[in-house]
Write a protein that binds this ligand. Structure first.
Ligand code: C2G
Length: 153
């Protein structure tokens, strides 16, 4: 019997960690459906993605392991989506371990190990070093250093 797998995520600044989890989830079944969090729902989650929703869902849709991508608009839609798409397996990275066990009354719930050493949060932190304020600060520091060098020489 063909198995349908369901997962959700923001997939902001798409990276190898996102690709690995989608690849592993697809290997658990015959069809993978991915709920991509809207920008409005991410605000509820306290997240502000760099890449807007319509681009994130287009990227996820274009991943060869993904058979269908749908908007994720709230926490409650998981049970409706499970019924609507005839889902057999709900899977997500183990940073959510235990959070969706309640779904175990209608589907198999799987938590997969995260890919170490890569995260959107870390990428955003690195990128923030290049934002205008930091660059301005850097410029001022370099100016005062060159001033000191001039005075010493
Ligand atoms: N992930 C991973 N390894 C990483 C980073 C992320 O395996 N290094 C996995 C996460 O565990 C998740 C998926 O990639 O399964 C998407 O991660 P996020 O975009 O951070 O998703 P999140 O905002 O946590 O949304 O209703 C559930 C939420 O929508 C999950």
């Amino acid at each position: 019997m063909a198995k349908t797998v369901l997962t959700y995520g923001t997939f902001d600044l798409f990276h190898i960690g996102h690709l690995n989890v989608l690849k592993r989830l697809r290997a658990l079944g015959d069809r993978l459906i991915v709920g991509v969090s809207t920008d409005e729902f991410n605000a509820v989650k306290g997240k502000k993605p760099v890449v807007p929703f319509d681009q994130r869902i287009e990227i996820v849709r274009s991943i060869k392991y993904v058979d269908q991508a749908i908007p994720e608009e709230n926490w409650e839609q998981k049970r409706l989506d499970i019924q609507r798409y005839g889902v057999d397996i709900f899977g997500i990275g183990d940073d959510w371990r235990g959070k969706f066990d309640d779904l175990g009354d209608s589907v198999e719930v799987v938590y997969l190990p995260r890919t170490e050493g890569i995260s959107t949060t870390e990428m955003k932190r690195v990128l923030s070093a290049f934002d205008e304020r930091h660059v301005e600060q850097l410029k001022r520091t370099l100016d005062s250093i060159s001033q000191i060098v001039k005075e010493l020489s």
